[in-house]
Design a protein around this ligand. Structure first.
Ligand code: IMP
Length: 181
């Protein structure tokens, strides 16, 4: 998809060139920090797919990628998630970077980290492209952050509204009317 702003969007918050530059920086940083280790990049489908694809290619180090999928459900008041697709590879003793599109309340990452920890990796850190710190409920450790974002509903570069807009090359905020409709 090219760079036109869809009518439902309000404005571009992270332009494509700024985004790609930051992804390259993060890739270089991770390659440096995990040099010589059994590096795995794991993401949660579907939103993290786009970031993982670019981040892994910006990381000049041998690594393997793997995927999980989780569904959100909210029994009672607390948000919680369940696994719908588990990892393909064993991560015991590996250095794992959990690659996320966005950390919002932190509940998803908190849950996924607890699942990954149970496999006994040597290292486990989080790299998120976007962070909405003002919305945090679960206190999760984040080793690498692309951009801190305001409390707005965002689309693009993996983030969707009802499945759409993931393929936008930038991150944009949605118009309030689009969220409500
Ligand atoms: P959490 O609230 O940190 O558990 O985030 C759960 C998931 O909600 C994220 O992985 C995204 O898929 C989704 N999400 C959170 N904020 C946004 C947003 O602004 N736009 C689109 N999806 C979002």
């Amino acid at each position: 998809m090219t760079g036109a702003l869809p009518a439902e969007c309000d404005r571009i918050l992270v332009p494509e060139d700024v985004l790609q530059l930051r992804v390259s920086e993060l890739g270089r940083e991770i390659a440096h920090d995990f040099a010589g280790e059994d590096l795995r990049m794991i993401t949660v489908l579907k939103g993290g797919l786009f970031f993982l694809a670019d981040l892994s290619r910006a990381c000049d180090a041998p690594l393997a990628v793997d995927f999980m999928a989780v569904s959100q459900y909210t029994p009672g008041a607390g948000g919680t998630v369940r696994v719908t697709k588990d990892l393909s590879d064993d991560i015991t003793g590996a250095s794992v970077v959990l690659v996320e599109d966005i950390v919002d309340t932190g509940l998803t990452v908190h849950y996924v980290l607890s699942l990954l920890r149970a496999h006994d990796p040597a290292k486990l850190v989080v790299c998120t492209l976007l962070d909405k710190p003002s919305r945090r409920i679960a206190d999760v450790p984040i080793a690498y952050t692309g951009f801190a974002m305001p409390d707005k509903f965002l689309v693009g570069y993996g983030l969707d509204l009802s499945g759409r807009y993931r393929n936008l090359p930038f991150v944009a905020s949605l118009r309030d009317e689009a969220i409500l409709s």
